[in-house]
Design a protein around this ligand. Structure first.
Ligand code: FE
Length: 345
């Protein structure tokens, strides 16, 4: 939250963030603020332009886009914001920077649990947060649920990234939704007590730690497995991936915790109609296939082809059907629990 106008004015916008070409009044274009990387997004945008003749302009950034939207207010050129997780998607809606989209196409293509009940955000790809288990040191069936991660038998054998990372907060949020706050706190204390080291690094760093024998179990998003296994630039990552089994938790009850990348229409979208067309395009089979395959994610649209690697190593699994809005609303409570149990200390 920015308290003063002075603070607002102080936000410097790097030149690199400027649109390469921008004409505010043109009807046949869409302006996008994207937290997702260019290699993922650009091919679909090119296909959209080829099909519709509507141009797209994108600002790609790792952070600051929500603040930028807020700062620009009514004068923002942005029509759509693309995020790589429910966290920032929920935040941009919560800040009042979006508007609802009524679309029969989006409603048909995107399952209910991956869209905002009040229509402000829509998921475009999904991923599960799973347990990566050492092939050598964890027997099949030895762990089957997120709840088991708190079992003292895993003492000193689990690696985790920060409890405050957006992926962790969503997982903890889903635990609160299913078990309540008090029980989740106990679980988090148990998990904390089982950590092999202080939380650090990203998802891939946890799998590397399993490979190196630092720990036997780690939590990570599914797509990183594909990104490691096919990594010709850093071939050592192939070995990290080959050292683990992928365990989809809670297959006998609620299913694996899911998260999404997604999109929202900005409150003052200058090209609202074209922007909705683009959102609908992104939910259709062609874009869904391209988007999901490029990053080893799952298409949200039912009956859409997945990457071969996913079929080979992951197959079908049971997904938690809880609406992600419910999970996102519990992220603040999750963050408080992370502090309370000193998870990152
Ligand atoms: Fe990620």
């Amino acid at each position: 939250m920015y308290k003063t106008a002075k603070r607002l004015a102080a936000i410097a916008l790097p030149a690199a963030l400027a649109f390469t070409s921008f004409t505010a009044q043109a009807a046949d274009e869409v302006n996008i603020y994207s937290y997702r990387q260019q290699f993922l997004i650009q091919p679909m945008l090119d296909a959209f332009t080829a099909e519709t003749g509507i141009k797209t302009n994108v600002v790609f950034a790792k952070k600051g886009l929500i603040q930028r939207l807020k700062h620009e207010g009514k004068h923002s050129p942005a029509d759509i914001i693309l995020t790589s997780d429910i966290g920032p998607l929920y935040d941009v809606v919560n800040e009042g920077l979006t508007q609802p989209v009524e679309s029969a196409v989006l409603d048909k293509n995107i399952p209910a649990q991956f869209q905002d009940p009040s229509k402000h955000w829509y998921g475009l790809t999904s991923r599960a947060r799973i347990i990566y288990a050492s092939k050598d040191r964890v027997k099949p069936g030895e762990i089957t649920t997120y709840e088991d991660l708190a079992d003292p038998k895993w003492q000193g054998r689990i690696c985790s990234r920060s409890g405050k990372h957006t992926y962790t907060l969503s997982l903890i949020g889903s635990m609160i939704a299913h078990h309540g706050e008090a029980e989740t706190q106990k679980w988090l204390e148990g998990l904390k007590a089982n950590l092999a080291r202080k939380p650090q690094g990203n998802d891939r760093a946890q799998v590397k730690a399993v490979k190196e024998g630092v720990c036997d179990l780690a939590l990570g998003n599914t797509y990183y497995f594909g990104k490691m296994l096919t990594n010709d630039k850093n071939p050592e990552q192939k070995e990290w991936a080959m050292s683990v089994n992928l365990l989809f938790p809670n297959q006998d009850d609620r299913g694996a915790h899911m998260n999404i990348s997604g999109a929202a229409l900005t409150k003052y979208a200058p090209h609202k109609e074209a922007a909705i067309k683009l959102m609908e395009f992104l939910s259709k089979e062609q874009a869904q296939t391209m988007y999901a395959k490029a990053n080893y994610e799952f298409p949200v649209r039912p009956n859409t082809p997945r990457a071969e690697l996913i079929n080979e190593y992951m197959g079908e699994f049971k997904e938690d059907q809880i609406n992600l809005q419910e999970v996102a609303e519990l992220r603040a409570t999750a963050a408080r629990l992370v502090d309370k149990v000193g998870f990152d200390n």
